[in-house]
Design a protein around this ligand. Structure first.
Ligand code: 13P
Length: 248
């Protein structure tokens, strides 16, 4: 079994509460040493989650941020606020946010705001089933990647991760074949390498969409994903522990 570091990021979406997070994280502390872990938490629980997980290597992050610095944006949370509560990373461009209206231009503004902080970025990209079937997904993914190209220089890529999450695989129980995950991640890495002058540090590229305890090892062993972004299967601590056990 290969020993490459394999990042397991969990996206809790709009789930959990104070009590369940406390219980969940006390179990996570026991497995945190086995593989790099990160958790994207609802905003209101970020500060407390960070406090619970202090003295561990576990990363805590937000699920989105505002495209604006500050001001009259009721309900929004700025990149500076996410930094202020000690977050390590912030997801941007999740397909659930894109579906609610986030354009690539909005996402680029969010990346620019995060660039002015110490918070790392996890940019989600991914195509629809129609785009996969009619082979237009490569151009679509490249367009989504342009937001990173326009924001970060080659020497800033260390703080960027890409999560390839095909929309049709999210929450459906369906995943692409391992060959398709491999080919798409290779393509994403090639697009990044083609854009930046070498030498450059290739960002980690994760796979997301219906990752669970039955397919995580296959993804780790049979694709070139540097890790996974897990939604539903991360919510149950026992399932999450089994996922980690399966790859270690
Ligand atoms: P599921 O693992 O539930 O398919 O969700 C994936 C996801 O959206 C992670 O950001």
């Amino acid at each position: 079994m290969s020993q490459k570091p394999f990042f397991v990021l969990a996206n809790f979406k709009m789930n959990m509460d104070t009590a369940s997070l406390k219980k969940y994280f006390s179990n996570i502390k026991k497995i945190a040493k086995y593989t790099p872990l990160g958790f994207a938490i609802p905003y209101v629980y970020l500060a407390n989650s960070k406090k619970i997980m202090r003295h561990t290597a576990v990363k805590i992050g937000a699920q989105d941020c505002s495209a604006f610095d500050k001001g009259a944006y009721t309900g929004q949370i700025s990149a500076a606020m996410i930094e202020d509560v000690g977050c390590d990373f912030c997801i941007v461009g999740h397909s659930e946010c894109r579906k609610r209206g986030d354009s690539n231009a909005d996402i680029q503004h969010k990346l620019e705001k995060l660039k002015n902080t110490n918070v790392s970025v996890v940019l989600c990209i991914g195509e629809s089933l129609e785009q996969r079937k009619n082979h237009t997904f490569d151009a679509f993914l490249l367009e989504q990647l342009q937001t990173v190209f326009s924001t970060f220089d080659a020497n800033e890529l260390e703080r960027v991760m890409i999560a390839y999450e095909p929309i049709w695989a999210i929450g459906t129980g369906i995943t692409p074949s391992m060959e398709d995950i491999q080919a798409t991640i290779l393509m994403i890495k090639r697009m990044i390498a083609d854009h930046y002058p070498s030498p450059m540090m290739m960002p980690k590229v994760l796979y997301g969409g219906s990752v669970n305890q039955n397919n995580i090892l296959d993804i780790k062993e049979n694709t070139n994903a540097d890790g996974v972004l897990v939604g539903g299967a991360s919510l149950d601590i026992e399932e999450f522990q089994r996922m980690i056990k399966n790859i270690c």
